[in-house]
Write a protein that binds this ligand. Structure first.
Ligand code: ATP
Ligand code: MG
Ligand code: MG
Ligand code: MG
Length: 439
């Protein structure tokens, strides 16, 4: 992309309404614009990051054997009356009437809708196990929307639902989700710790939340520092192998890690003192096992091997895709702007032309731009007629991991400069070497 052809409405000033870094930087970098309280338009740069996160979530869910579909944002109230949640859910649910005075709602989550889909098509244990998921906008009329996309009213969530014959099968689904989530966050360049947590309106006692540690997080957390040393890496995982999956879960859940609702001071005191940490975290996901909470009232039953009709065992599993954009920035920024991890960056590299209009500089930038693209990379070429300082400030603000600086003086020696956004270190090299380094 050439910057002169793009839409990147960066702000010079710090927006007054933003209280935390990620909100401030998303507004300043032209990633989002508030449409109305807690509801945002995703501008091109923000939309690119959101799409990259979605892509990682899709890949990791499908690697775990989960099947994508797409359910609507608007639902009929009738299904929620069946489960009993229409009355229980409270003011967070946006209730709407259509022209025929029928009660509708904007889905805050989808347990009822997916259970209805399931029961309409599945009646035998032979069709189990089954895990379906989608990535779709949700609406919750939060009392205090704040921090930009971190606590929006409309937000993008991946929500997945497992249907199993037995509790053991459903626990395998639970474990599969935990492992696939750990991997998902790692690929995004984030450390998100599974912590024992509370069920909330989804219900169920068996649940973990995934928290990104950050001083601006809304949850108080207590953990054994040892948990922050664990990494999954890109080891081969057979998601059908119950032993392998549950062993990973056991490793990750062995160290003490809980949110404040589940905190147990006596248990925490058993952690060696130098490893005990009290901090704050951002909830970026949660997994639940809730058994027959929905299948029983909604009559989602299957016939088991013995020919008996039994309600299916279910769980649901969410990732806050739009919140993750904010969480990533909270964990990756400095005073100049965002620092994208390579796995989620909107563009791989920025090209800064120090002297737009100079024949040699323009030609070198054009060649770099074309070759980076043919190497499969997505460069952003700052081809504006601007001062070098302003170009650097924009690149630092939007946080691409690499910058190639091209100017007549360097080119006279056949050199461009490659700079890492994270370390600030620069190295001079030939344009070819820079391309080789990045691809
Ligand atoms: P919170 O405690 O922050 O209100 P929640 O526990 O109500 O979140 P879940 O029902 O567990 O949320 O939904 C799954 C994920 O969706 C959460 O882990 C979070 O990452 C994301 N999420 C929930 N509410 C919002 C929101 N208002 N804005 C952005 N993301 C959200
Ligand atoms: Mg909530
Ligand atoms: Mg919560
Ligand atoms: Mg939650």
């Amino acid at each position: 992309m050439r910057l002169t052809k793009y839409f990147l409405p960066v702000l010079r000033e710090n927006p007054a309404e933003a209280q935390i870094a990620s909100h401030r930087l998303m507004l300043r970098a032209g990633m989002i614009r508030q449409a109305t309280a807690g509801i945002y338009s995703w501008l091109p740069l923000g939309f690119k990051v959101l799409r990259r996160l979605e892509q990682i979530v899709h890949e990791e869910q499908q690697r775990a054997g989960h099947i994508p579909l797409l359910m609507p944002t608007l639902q009929s109230a009738d299904l929620w009356r069946e489960s009993g949640r229409y009355d229980d859910y409270g003011a967070e649910m946006l209730r709407i009437k259509d022209r025929h005075e029928r009660d509708m709602l904007y889905g805050p989550t989808n347990e009822e809708l997916i259970t209805d889909i399931f029961r309409s098509a599945v009646s035998s244990y032979k069709d189990l196990p089954l895990t379906l998921y989608h990535i779709q906008w949700k609406f919750r009329d939060e009392m205090r929307p704040r921090f930009g996309v971190m606590r929006g009213r409309e937000f993008l969530m991946k929500d997945g639902y497992n249907f199993d014959l037995t509790v053991e099968d459903a626990m395998h689904a639970y474990n599969r989700h935990m492992v696939s989530y750990i991997r998902t966050y790692e690929r995004m360049g984030l450390k998100a710790i599974p912590m024992r947590a509370d069920g909330g309106p989804i219900g169920g006692d068996h649940t973990h939340e995934f928290l990104v540690l950050a001083p601006t997080g809304e949850s108080a957390v207590f953990y054994d520092r040892a948990v922050t040393d664990l990494t999954l890496g890109d080891r081969a995982i057979d998601f059908a192998d119950r032993g392998q999956v549950s062993e990973i879960v056991a490793t990750w859940t062995a160290p003490y890690a809980r949110t404040d609702e589940r905190h147990d001071a006596a248990e925490f005191a058993k952690v060696p003192e130098d490893r005990r940490v009290e901090g704050r975290g951002i909830e970026v996901g949660q997994i639940f096992f809730f058994g027959t909470k929905y299948s029983e009232p909604m009559k989602a039953v299957v016939v088991n091997e013995a020919g008996e009709r039994v309600p299916v065992q279910m769980g649901s599993h969410g990732i806050g895709v739009s919140r993750l954009v904010g969480a990533l920035i909270e964990a990756n920024h400095d005073e100049k702007g965002i620092i994208w991890p390579e796995g989620v960056t909107p563009f791989h590299v920025g090209i800064v032309n120090l002297k737009q209009g100079d024949g040699a500089a323009d030609a070198a930038c054009e060649a770099l731009y074309a070759e980076l693209r043919s190497a499969g990379l997505d460069p952003l070429y700052d081809d504006r007629e601007e001062r070098a300082g302003a170009k650097f400030a924009t690149m630092d603000l939007i946080g691409l991991p690499w910058r190639i600086t091209v100017g007549p003086r360097g080119l006279a020696n056949g050199r461009v400069e490659l700079t890492s956004r994270r370390t600030g270190e620069s190295e001079e090299m030939s344009p070819g070497a820079a391309i080789a380094r990045l691809s």
